[in-house]
Design a protein around this ligand. Structure first.
Ligand SMILES: [Zn+2]
Ligand SMILES: [Zn+2]
Length: 362
């Protein structure tokens, strides 16, 4: 499609430019998407402040950020057209983590470990723009009942879903969730859906803990603010109080906070499973007491990206098992994308997740 579009392009740390550019030209395997909504991810914030440990082509920019998005099909490349897969106007969300499907990792289905990943919005231009292109294999039609602003969060929900699948919750178990960002609140809902009995959410701010209650937490613990009614200095002791003397069967972390990562080892029961998910720094090291951990036969897992869960994600949203309404606390226009990123990065105002409504009707 030939024409112009508005974009908010990340130029260099602390600098984005709202400007007119050409609409991207698609190749045979691409789909062009008119963007409706685009989530602001924690990783967008660290790109913006120049501290991302992940790769853009040259480390910093210029690049159009935005990897969590939904929209409508604007143009269909030759391959998908031949198969009759998409038509202009189709409502879609995109899996931005585009694997090659040809390397040994891909042959094993370990798409998150593909050695030729092309990630929309972190390696190639993303969705803080009126149009974006993606490979047809990673464009997914969404049910009509899912609003675009929720469908835009399919990617973080996919990451949360993959992590919770790795947590392997058994019916009735007591699960501890660390973190009350968007992903932590999604995990809170998902562990409930997976059959957890008690769901105890641990975080530093009461606003987020209130959100966690809305998302199905049966108990909350503030591990930082001594003025909070939910404050506990000794999180493990508080969990024992809540849980008839026993520590947690499952612990999942949606935070990069090292003291939380460390604490997970203290609040988990013998034979428990811990899943680590969250933005870690390159130099972060987890200290695992080997003898105590092996005697208690704990399973420590890590979770990265979201292979093979996208179909589940749309079903979770369509069925209402996951409700994103309490999670989206702020919306911005495309022209205000940079202001939105700065707000999410710097504002002290209570907030969870910001979404850019590229089409203001959404
Ligand atoms: Zn993200
Ligand atoms: Zn591959």
């Amino acid at each position: 499609m030939v024409g112009k579009m508005m974009v908010s392009r990340f130029m260099e740390p602390y600098k984005m430019q709202y400007q007119q550019e050409d609409i991207p030209q698609i190749e045979d395997n691409d789909i062009l998407i008119r963007v409706k909504a685009c989530g602001i991810c924690g990783s967008d914030l660290v790109y913006y402040n120049g501290k991302s440990p992940l790769d853009t082509p040259d480390g910093k920019g210029p690049l159009i950020l935005g990897h969590e998005f939904s929209g409508v099909v604007a143009e269909v490349g030759a391959t998908a057209r031949k198969m009759g897969l998409f038509a202009p106007g189709d409502r879609v969300a995109v899996n931005p983590v585009q694997q090659c499907n040809a390397c040994p990792a891909c042959m094993r289905g370990e798409f998150n470990e593909c050695s030729h990943l092309e990630v929309v919005g972190t390696m190639v231009d993303g969705a803080m723009a009126e149009y974006v292109k993606a490979k047809y294999t990673h464009v997914h039609k969404i049910p009509d009942e899912i609003p675009f602003r929720y469908a835009a969060l399919a990617e973080p929900l996919a990451c949360a879903t993959h992590a919770v699948q790795r947590l392997d919750v058994q019916l009735g178990q007591t699960v501890v969730v660390y973190g009350v960002g968007g992903i932590g609140l999604m995990m809170t809902q998902l562990v409930r859906a997976a059959g957890a009995g008690k769901v105890i959410v641990v975080a530093r701010k009461d606003f987020g803990l209130g959100k966690a209650r809305e998302c199905g937490a049966t108990h909350v613990i503030n591990n930082s603010d001594v003025n909070s009614p939910d404050y506990a200095q000794d999180v493990a002791a508080r969990i024992r109080e809540i849980n008839a003397g026993r520590l947690a069967d499952r612990v999942i972390l949606a935070t990069g906070n090292m003291s939380a990562l460390q604490d997970a080892l203290n609040v988990s029961a013998p034979c428990s499973t811990i899943v680590y998910f969250g933005q870690a720094g390159e130099k972060d090291i987890l200290q695992v007491p080997v003898l105590a951990t092996l005697k208690s036969e704990k399973t420590l897992k890590f979770s990265w990206l979201a292979p093979l869960v996208w179909d589940n994600v749309f079903r979770l949203l369509a069925s209402g098992q996951v409700n994103l309404a309490p999670i989206i606390t702020h919306t911005f226009s495309l022209a205000d994308a940079e202001a939105g990123i700065r707000f999410m990065l710097e504002s002290k105002e209570p907030k969870v997740k910001g979404v850019i409504l590229v089409d203001p009707e959404q």
